[in-house]
Design a protein around this ligand. Structure first.
Ligand SMILES: *[C@@H]1O[C@H](CO)[C@@H](O)[C@H](O)[C@H]1NC(C)=O
Ligand SMILES: *[C@@H]1O[C@H](CO)[C@@H](O)[C@H](O)[C@H]1NC(C)=O
Ligand SMILES: *[C@@H]1O[C@H](CO)[C@@H](O)[C@H](O)[C@H]1NC(C)=O
Ligand SMILES: *[C@@H]1O[C@H](CO)[C@@H](O)[C@H](O)[C@H]1NC(C)=O
Length: 483
């Protein structure tokens, strides 16, 4: 296992942050442009093939763009938002149940504990972002959900006992000359969270994996390996993945899931471990386009390797929970609203030695969640600084909303998330005030959680390149448009 620095003192920070010397206290929210875009969404021409020039760069596609392409009837912005918020609720419960489970002793925890109190037909893991990559020899191009909240990559495989509907033909290992089953004796098999051995005894015994998500969706099959190709012209890499014959869920038509977590079976951990060139940075990054801002219309991307983290990025420590190696913990230390640092105790944001609390950064959660007291402090300060703005009724999980109907633009307090090492995430206004309808209602896009764990969601990450250096244990932010 890679040595993540839980102990901060052992970390050396190579680059100092080039912080803006005069941080802004107010931001201008361009209401008219945002609403025009919502009323007349530009149909994005989807490129389903990676547009790379030999680098390990993949286009990330948001599920709402896919829905727009697939459905004849356009969903309204409000419908899409409500569906996103429902998925979000389940995602958060699932993350919380995983975090709670990790605190238990191994023998107390069983896979049934992973079943959250979810009753809705919506399924966790439907995923917010997707990539296309090649699997097997010859490479088959497949569409996969990317997920920073889980590790093991898996695909639906033929012959299916039970497969959900997917957009691409289901991967058939019999058609791939490089496909191999991982034997039960392999240490890789023992590294699985849940595994069992089947078939004949000894060296040929098969290793079966099982992954289960909060709402009862799952994938079960043979733990296998094959070549994964990222983009044309790039080297194929051998990756261990679950070849699932029995899968249930609604992974939005994807062929499977590409786990980007920090655990040792995740896709980045595997490709970095197998990289023969040790000077190649063990890093990856993604940039999620600001979905609501037409000015930054470009595609989101996922990059692996030395080029993943721009040299101008602000770096802060990436922490590891000794009880749970999947999640990426950020060293968040505070929040400012309108230029004033809020009275938030460090303890309420810190990962404890016992593995509770802390703040994770997740691509699959949309709205940032903070423990109730932290959330209330941010909300109260924000409301305090916006008493001159017309308010609107609360909406779904949002309790701080505004009526910007008829306004061209509005000045709103700046909101900054502070991290160790002086790294500041100076959020653009579209990352915290989001339109909930075309009539001009906007809400503060943060929410409270009754747990101690905070989650930085993808609305707040939009338009930044977010980098993860797994070797140096750095979390990187670079405000740049996704290109
Ligand atoms: C597998 O190979 C067979 C025969 O070459 C072909 O008909 C089939 O389409 C292939 N299926 C997949 C999913 O690759
Ligand atoms: C390793 O990577 C570095 C930087 O990308 C490159 O300069 C070097 O030639 C590579 N070495 C080998 C043996 O591939
Ligand atoms: C809100 O403003 C009032 C009056 O200016 C002040 O007394 C109070 O402390 C402020 N609360 C917060 C949370 O900033
Ligand atoms: C928002 O304000 C406009 C007038 O500025 C008003 O017509 C409308 O009813 C208000 N909407 C809400 C939800 O309060």
């Amino acid at each position: 296992m890679r040595a993540f620095g839980f102990v901060l003192a052992s970390l050396t920070i190579a680059l100092l942050v080039s912080a803006d010397p005069t941080p802004r206290h107010w931001n201008t929210l361009d209401v008219a442009t945002l609403l025009r875009e919502l009323r007349h969404p530009v149909k994005n021409k989807l490129q389903l093939s990676p547009r790379d020039g030999g680098t390990l760069s993949l286009e990330l596609i948001h599920r709402n763009s896919l829905l727009r392409e697939a459905k004849e009837k356009l969903h309204t912005h409000e419908q899409l938002l409500l569906e996103t918020l429902q998925r979000d609720e389940q995602r958060v419960r699932w993350i919380e149940s995983k975090a709670q489970l990790a605190g238990k002793k191994k023998d107390e925890a069983s896979s049934t504990d992973l079943n959250g109190p979810v009753t809705s037909g919506l399924l966790y893991g439907s995923g917010e972002y997707f990539v296309r990559l090649g699997v097997g020899t010859p490479a088959r191009s497949l569409f996969m959900v990317v997920d920073t909240g889980s590790d093991l990559p898996w695909l639906q495989c033929q012959p299916c006992k039970s497969c959900y509907k997917q957009a691409d033909p289901i991967f058939d290992p019999r058609n791939s000359s490089s496909f191999q089953r991982i034997p039960c004796l392999s240490p890789l098999c023992k590294a699985l969270e849940i595994h069992s051995c089947s078939g004949s005894r000894g060296a040929t015994s098969r290793c079966s994996y099982q992954v289960a998500y909060g709402d009862g969706s799952f994938s079960v099959g043979d733990f296998s390996s094959d070549l994964f190709t990222l983009g044309t012209g790039s080297k194929a890499m051998s990756v261990a993945f679950g070849c699932g014959f029995d899968n249930e869920g609604l992974f939005a038509g994807a062929a499977g899931l590409l786990g980007l977590g920090a655990g040792k079976l995740s896709f980045p951990s595997q490709i970095f471990a197998s990289s023969t060139n040790s000077s190649t940075a063990n890093s990856f990054s993604y940039c999620l386009v600001d979905r609501s801002n037409p000015m930054t219309r470009s595609s989101s991307s996922l990059i692996f390797g030395a080029a993943a983290i721009p040299s101008t990025a602000a770096l802060s420590p990436l922490l590891k929970n000794p009880k749970l190696d999947t999640f990426y913990y950020a060293a968040m230390i505070g929040v400012s609203v309108g230029g004033a640092q809020l009275p938030i105790s460090l303890k309420s944001l810190q990962l404890s030695q016992s593995g509770s609390g802390g703040v994770i950064i997740d691509s699959g959660t949309s709205v940032t969640r903070f423990p109730t007291s932290v959330y209330a402090t941010i909300r109260d300060a924000f409301r305090n600084a916006t008493t001159n703005l017309p308010s609107a009724p609360r909406y779904s999980l949002f309790d701080t909303c505004y009526n910007f109907s008829g306004k061209a633009s509005v000045d709103v307090p700046a909101l900054v998330l502070h991290f160790e090492n002086g790294a500041d995430l100076q959020l653009p206004p579209t990352n915290y005030l989001i339109p909930i309808n075309t009539a001009g209602s906007f809400c503060l896009a943060f929410a409270p959680t009754s747990m101690e764990l905070g989650i930085i969601g993808n609305i707040q990450q939009q338009s930044f390149r977010i980098g993860f250096d797994l070797q140096k244990s750095h979390l990187a932010f670079a405000p740049q448009q996704c290109k």
